[in-house]
Write a protein that binds this ligand. Structure first.
Ligand SMILES: Cc1cc2nc3c(=O)[nH]c(=O)nc-3n(C[C@H](O)[C@H](O)[C@H](O)COP(=O)(O)OP(=O)(O)OC[C@H]3O[C@@H](n4cnc5c(N)ncnc54)[C@H](O)[C@@H]3O)c2cc1C
Length: 392
């Protein structure tokens, strides 16, 4: 197994770096470094810059705006984006619904939705989870009853991220209550302006109001907005949830944070803010995190290399998810340690100043608790590792 980059890979890396240096607006870069809240307009602006370059949706089929990149090139692109402090595009558009429509949508759905989804002219949200149906998603109950050319929806979704921005939702609904639970699930696309759909924000621990409950009260969705066949929604959802293995650990993101923490530790030491003992303790922790990050990167590169040579073990995705998210959270814990009492302030700091990161340390620490919950919780990933890797 060869883990070295080729000359072409290195040239590709230079091309990506050059583009990001030129194209990433300075205000977005600063917001990302300080982990300040990104507005909808920030994400739209950046995704449209990427789309104009042809790089907004590289993993999609080429005819719909994708790039015929190798797994190694995709890995390099993600890493360089993170290291340059570039925002990610909307995951709902780029990694979730786009690939599903491209794979299972009708020609009319592809033409209607894919270009607008790549350019984020349509903002999507994900209506999968329900109270009582999260890890056990097949327990979902929102019903869709056929009435002429429509489905009539009743029920509730929860944790719908950025529903306040969304133009459309992709949702899993129950069209059949008999037989195997998975076989009664259908995949629908619905306009957020649909009558009978109400959304209500949930305030999260970092003070944001990005999460929502969505209620359906006899909401009518045209049958033509169904993806594929009735009752096959579970198969399409599995395609969506098994999104790109190579990005799951977000190693570039942790590398970018680690470099920032090292720089901050140096600055605070020079200013005499940290005592000798504190400095030693922090440096040891930073070094430990770096060792683990490098080990994870090697695992990631082995997966990329296996992919490039025609496939590897699927269980690697679970290992990368658990370890990758643990390290992302570790970076936020170290930032809190560095910030000390200043990190406790949730507001009131000059968020745009040189040390804007202080104002964001606590909210970012809190919000990053989510990464071990969504996308398949880490406990559930450990079950998968136990079964598929350890054979328990
Ligand atoms: C910030 C955030 C954003 C989200 N955004 C969206 C979104 O946009 N759209 C959407 O549809 N959903 C979204 N979700 C929902 C997310 O997918 C679910 O929270 C997740 O699937 C877990 O489900 P649950 O919250 O119902 O917890 P539960 O499934 O009830 O789990 C509770 C606890 O039990 C553990 N557990 C559950 N089953 C097992 C098991 N078999 N073995 C061991 N432990 C187990 C879990 O790990 C967890 O710790 C979001 C969640 C968060 C936190």
């Amino acid at each position: 197994m060869n883990l070295d980059f080729t000359d072409e890979d290195r040239a590709f890396r230079d091309e990506v770096r050059g583009f990001l240096r030129e194209a990433l607006p300075a205000d977005l870069r600063e917001k990302m470094i300080a982990r300040r809240h990104l507005e909808k307009s920030d994400i739209v602006r950046w995704q449209q810059i990427l789309n104009a370059r042809g790089w907004a949706v590289p993993a999609w089929p080429v005819e719909w705006g994708g790039q015929a990149w190798t797994p190694t090139q995709r890995y390099i692109f993600q890493e360089e984006m993170a290291l340059a402090h570039a925002p990610e595009g909307s995951p709902f558009n780029v990694n979730m619904i786009g690939p599903v429509i491209a794979a299972f949508g009708s020609q009319a759905q592809k033409a209607r939705f894919l270009p607008a989804t790549a350019n984020i002219d349509i903002w999507w949200c994900q209506g999968f989870s329900e109270p009582g149906a999260g890890s056990d998603l097949a327990a979902l109950k929102t019903s869709a009853v056929r009435d002429g050319d429509d489905y009539v929806l009743n029920g509730q979704k929860i944790w719908t991220t950025q529903a306040q921005y969304a133009d459309w939702m992709f949702a899993l609904v129950r069209t059949n209550n008999t037989g195997k639970r998975q076989q009664g699930i259908t995949f629908l696309l619905l306009d957020m302006k649909t009558q009978g759909l109400t959304i209500r924000p949930i305030e999260s621990i970092d003070g944001a109001r990005d999460l929502h409950e969505c209620f359906f009260d006899n909401a009518r969705v045209p049958v033509e907005n169904r993806i594929g066949e009735e009752g096959r929604g579970w198969d399409y959802a599995k395609h969506l949830l098994g999104s790109e293995r190579s990005g799951i650990a977000r190693i570039g993101l942790s590398k970018e944070r680690l470099a920032l923490l090292r720089r901050l530790e140096g600055e605070l030491s020079e200013l005499g803010v940290l005592s000798g003992a504190e400095r030693q303790r922090l440096r040891r922790k930073l070094a430990e995190a770096e060792v683990e990050l490098r080990a994870l990167e090697l695992t990631q590169l082995r997966v990329v290399s296996a992919d490039a040579h025609g496939g590897g073990a699927n269980s690697a995705a679970s290992i990368l998810k658990v370890k990758g998210t643990e390290l992302q959270q570790r970076m936020t814990e170290l930032a809190m340690e560095l910030a000390g009492p200043e990190g406790l302030a949730l507001a009131g700091h000059d968020a745009a100043g040189d040390h804007g990161w202080l104002a964001a340390a606590a909210p970012y620490y809190f919000t990053m608790r989510k990464v071990s919950i969504f996308g398949g919780s880490n406990e559930v990933q450990r079950n998968i590792i136990a079964k598929t890797v350890l054979g328990l």
